[in-house]
Every structure is written in C-alpha cells, then in structure tokens.
Design a protein around this ligand. Structure first.
Ligand code: SDX
Length: 440
C-alpha cells in the first residue's frame, strides 16, 4: 500500500512576512511523490492572525492523497501510478475500481472475489422500488439519483458506521454494485417501462446496458462492442483528484455523515453544468449551433465577456493541455459510430469542426482551453440511444468509485478533521440595534 505520509526530505520552508506587523514566520514545505510541493499553512492564523484567501481553491491543497495524480501542463492522468491510457486499453472497469479503492490492480483471485461481491450486491431492497414512484415521470434522473441514493441510508443501517472499516467496505461495495441499477431504473421510470433486474451472468457494463435497454417482452443481447465502450467510458470517469464533487463528498464525510448521504451530496455537486452536467450541456450546445456555418457566431459568444455562454466541454481548472480522457473518448466515439453503422454523424462532424476552429483561435490558445472529458461523451451516449438527460447520471455511476475511495482515504488520514473554512468578512461593522418603531 502506498505510504500516505509525505516523502521525508530535509526541512524546506517558506517564509511569510506580514509587513504590517513586521512579523516573519517559516512554514514547512512538504513534498509528495510527484508534482508541486505544498506549504503547510496550518499554523498561519495562530502565528500571524491572518487567513489565506483562495475562492475556488485555485492554489490550495485540501488534503494529501495517493489515489490520482494529474499533471495539467503535460495532460497526464495517473490512478495509483498507472497511466489512464494503459488502464483504459488493458483493464475492465471493475479492475480499475479495485485499483482505485485498494491501491493495486487485482490478481486473478482478487479480481474474481471482487467481481463476485459486486455482482451479488447489484439488487436494491425491493422497498426502494417504491421510492421511484414518488417522482414525476419527467423528473431529471439526477434528481431521482440524489433522492434514491440518499434514501439508501434508511435501508442499509448495517453499513453506516463510518468508523468501522468493515462497514465502510460493505457500504462502498453496495454503492458501486447498485449504482447501475439505480441509474438504469431512473431511465426505465422516465420511459414508463418496467424495471429490468440485474442478471448475475453479465459483466458490470453489460448488466447496465441490459437493465437500460432490455424489456420483459424480448430476449436482449448486449452488443459486446458497446459494452466494452461503456466499460472504457466508466474507467475514464472513475476518479479525478479533488474535483468539485469529490471535494463535496470529502467535506460531507468530514462531519461523520453516513456514506449514502455523502455520495448523494457528490451526485448533487456533479449535476452542475460547470462540472459533470457539462456532457449534457455539450449536446444541447451542438444542437443549438446546428450547422458548421454558425460555429463562428458561437465562438464569438464564448469570447464575449458580456455573454454568459461558454463553450461546453472546453476548458479545465487543471488541464492546460489536451485532457487525456478526451483523446480516448474521441477514439471510442469513432469505434461506437462505426459499430452502429452511423457514418457522417452530423453532431460528431460539427464537434470536430468546432474543436478545430477553437484550437486555432488565439482566445482559446492563450487561455489553454482544450476539449475535456465531456466534449465527446455525449455524442457516444446519444448514438447508443441514451437520452441527453441521462448523461450526467452515467458520470455519477462511474465516479461513485472515486468518491468512495477518496471518502475512505479521508476517514483514515490522521491529518483530517471536520472541514470548516474561514472567510474574508465584508459585511456591516458592529452597529446598535434599531427597534421597529425607529425603522422608517
Ligand atoms: C469536469 O475538476 C475536474 O477534474 C472536473 C472533471 C472531473 O473529471 O471531475 O474533469 C469533470 O467538470 C470537466 C469540466 C466540464 N465543464 C465544462 O466543460 C464547462 C465549460 N468549461 C468552463 O466552465 C471552465 O473551463 C471550467 C469550469 C471547466 C474551469 O473554469 P476555471 O478553471 O474556473 O477557469 P476560469 O473560469 O477562470 O477561465 C479562465 C479563462 C476565463 O477568461 P478570462 O477571465 O481569463 O478572460 O478562460 C475562460 C474564462 O472566461 N474560459 C472559457 C471557457 N472556460 C474558461 N471561455 C469560453 N468557454 C469556456 N469553456
């Protein structure tokens, strides 16, 4: 297992001087295994009586972690040291899940046991079936998933004690096993079709596609090329360092909240169009653009500071190079469209032209705005027959693995305590109370 503590190096420090008081304080400079060093500012307020100010945490490390490493300048993504390109090429999703959760790729015995555990926990308590019926048929699937996953805390009481490693493991495996069922049932409910139960004879992604598209009326054969493509897409979405939804799960978990509540919080955060909701927004954007001759109009809007429009699926807080996941996603897009006999897909050719124009435009080049993981995924999902509203739910299905791993890491890190940031207060200074009679 990787050593969680920083690599021990001679004491390096950073000196901070408060010129208003003339006080200088040295803060330790900590090194990880790769990547930028961090200045340990924990004593800052006690030493200098000041806070740091970093809305959006652009320069702030919230924790130490051994799970995922991103080099945004190089476009590198590692899970437990393995490159995403190798994992996407040579592994299936549950192998990568085992790696992210436990720190190592499984050997054949571990792989068989893990697959068996996940397979045999894929059913939901039958009572949960009734939760879906409380929603309108046209409810957004992410709303359904927030509700159903949060409600799982009311069913699986035997795995809500966050201080018990065994209960954490059971809760994690339950969530990973059941998310395909919850996601597929949210889709079936929206279609007015009966729920399809998981089949233990099928692999993880195969089972998901079966629950999505099979009906009781016909035998349904999952296309193996599509199942493999889905498995790879889940791998690409499994974890991504301290993104907004993962940080949400960590913050919720830092108060001791149960795992189902924490994952429901992560689903809620992922829903936003600036984050996991971007894949849905990309399809809506491409449909709004409609044709290549309208691309310049939308590129101009994306550059216009007075227009809230942004090029969805472009840009990233960390990647200032091509998102490595986007490259694999683009290849998968070609593979799926080929398998489905879809040639000259208008959305794909529009996306490729949009990418070409943007990557040659100074505005995007100067700001290092490249396609991210969400730019191509929607085209693949759409070709597979998955409705646009379901795209972010598939992202949540995959990211549950990363959320669980990061939540576990947070709970086992001696440095971690309840997250409670401070602020720069800009409100009213103390003032005398004014009785109602004196208020004009
Ligand atoms: C995901 O954090 C993760 O790892 C997330 C994720 C994961 O796996 O968990 O990778 C998944 O969320 C991918 C990102 C999906 N979101 C989108 O595709 C939405 C569109 N992208 C933007 O909203 C934006 O790029 C963000 C939110 C992704 C990142 O925003 P930042 O880091 O806060 O950057 P910024 O808003 O400060 O932008 C810097 C500049 C600004 O211009 P200036 O003020 O310097 O003139 O770039 C501009 C922005 O206006 N800009 C864009 C743009 N993204 C940034 N302009 C037009 N279109 C865009 N997409």
């Amino acid at each position: 297992m990787p050593n969680h503590s920083e690599t021990k190096t001679p004491r390096e420090t950073v000196t901070v001087t408060d010129n208003s008081s003339g006080r200088s304080v040295e803060f330790p400079l900590l090194s990880g295994s790769v990547g930028p060093k961090v200045m340990d500012i924990r004593p800052l307020y006690n030493e200098l009586g000041i806070f740091t100010y970093d809305p959006g945490y652009t320069s702030t490390g919230s924790c130490k972690s051994a799970i995922t490493y991103i080099d945004g300048d190089q476009g590198v993504l590692l899970h437990r040291g393995y490159a995403i390109e190798d994992l996407a090429e040579h592994c299936d999703f549950l192998e990568v899940a085992h790696l992210i959760l436990n720190g190592e790729l499984p050997n054949p015995t571990q792989k068989a046991r893990f697959n068996d555990e996940i397979t045999h926990h894929s059913m939901l308590n039958e009572q949960i079936n009734f939760f879906f019926r409380g929603f309108r048929r046209d409810a957004h699937p992410m709303a359904v998933m927030c509700g159903v996953v949060g409600a799982m805390a009311a069913f699986y009481h035997d795995s809500t004690n966050v201080h018990d490693p065994r209960q954490r493991m059971i809760a994690g495996e339950r969530l990973i096993a059941k998310m395909p069922t919850v996601t597929a049932w949210a889709y079936k409910y929206s279609m007015g079709q009966p729920f399809m139960y998981p089949k233990n004879s099928l692999g993880y992604s195969e089972n998901f596609l079966h629950m999505m598209f099979a009906t009781p009326c016909d035998d349904y054969e999952v296309n193996p090329v599509l199942a493999r493509a889905m498995d790879r897409i889940l791998i690409l979405h499994a974890d991504h360092e301290q993104n907004a939804s993962t940080s949400t799960v960590r913050l919720a978990g830092s108060s001791g909240a149960n795992p189902f509540a924490c994952i429901a919080a992560g689903i809620a955060s992922l829903w936003g169009p600036a984050h996991g909701g971007a894949n849905e927004a990309v399809l809506q954007m491409l449909r709004e653009i409609g044709s290549k001759d309208r691309i310049p109009e939308f590129i101009a809007r994306a550059k216009d500071k007075n227009d809230s429009f942004r090029l969805m699926g472009f840009g990233h807080r960390v990647y200032k190079n091509y998102d490595p996941r986007a490259k694999i996603m683009q290849r998968t897009c070609y593979e799926v469209l080929e398998e489905l006999g879809i040639h000259n897909d208008p959305l794909l050719s529009l996306a490729i032209e949009l990418e070409r124009i943007a990557l040659n435009d100074d505005y995007f080049v100067e700001r290092k705005l490249f396609p991210n993981v969400d730019f191509y995924s929607g085209i693949i999902f759409s070709a597979m027959g998955i409705p646009t509203q379901m795209f972010t739910s598939l992202f949540a299905l995959a990211r549950t693995v990363g959320w669980i791993a990061q939540w576990n890491e947070m709970l086992t890190d001696a440095d971690q305590k309840i997250g409670r940031p401070r602020q720069l207060y800009t409100g009213e200074k103390p003032r005398p109370f004014r009785p109602l009679a004196d208020r004009a």
